[in-house]
Ligand binder design. Structure first.
Ligand code: FES
Length: 126
C-alpha cells in the first residue's frame, strides 16, 4: 500500500496574521481545492480538522469552541476533540480527520494528505 503523502499549504503569513484572522476561541473555514477545513484557535493553539461533522455533515466552522479544545457541532451539539478528532459526548460516531498545523519562519502552514480524488483546483481560499 502506498504511503500517504503530506502536502503543505501556507494559510497565514505569520502568527500575528493568524491571530488577527482567527482570534482566540473562534474558527475559520479554509478551502483547499474541494476540501474544507475548520481552523480553530484555542488557548492551546491552532488546530485543523475536517469542516464537515461526521454525524450529518454540518459545518463545524459554524459551531463553537469550549474550554477543553473541543469543537461543538451547531446542529446536534456533538463534541469533537480538536487534537484527536474523537467524539467526546458519548455518541460513538466516527472521529473527525485531524490535520497538521506547522508554524514556520515565513508563516503558518496546513498539512493535508492528498485526497484519493484530487481537487479540481489546487488553491487556497477562505
Ligand atoms: S450534524 Fe453534527 S452533531 Fe449532528
Amino acid at each position: 500500500m502506498a504511503k500517504k503523502e503530506l502536502k503543505w499549504y501556507k494559510i497565514f503569513a505569520s502568527t500575528e496574521d493568524a491571530n488577527k484572522q482567527v482570534p482566540l476561541n473562534t474558527t475559520k473555514r479554509a478551502r483547499i481545492g474541494t476540501q474544507k477545513v475548520c481552523i480553530a484557535h484555542t488557548s492551546e493553539g491552532f488546530f485543523a480538522v475536517d469542516d464537515e461533522c461526521t454525524h450529518m455533515r454540518a459545518s463545524l466552522t459554524n459551531g463553537r469552541l469550549n474550554n477543553f479544545s473541543e469543537v461543538v457541532c451547531p446542529w446536534h451539539d456533538y463534541r469533537f476533540c480538536l487534537k484527536t478528532g474523537a467524539e467526546k459526548s458519548g455518541k460513538n460516531t466516527t472521529p473527525l480527520e485531524t490535520h497538521k498545523i506547522e508554524e514556520r519562519e515565513d508563516g503558518i502552514y496546513l498539512g493535508l494528505y492528498k485526497n484519493p480524488k484530487p481537487p479540481q483546483r489546487d488553491e487556497f481560499s477562505y
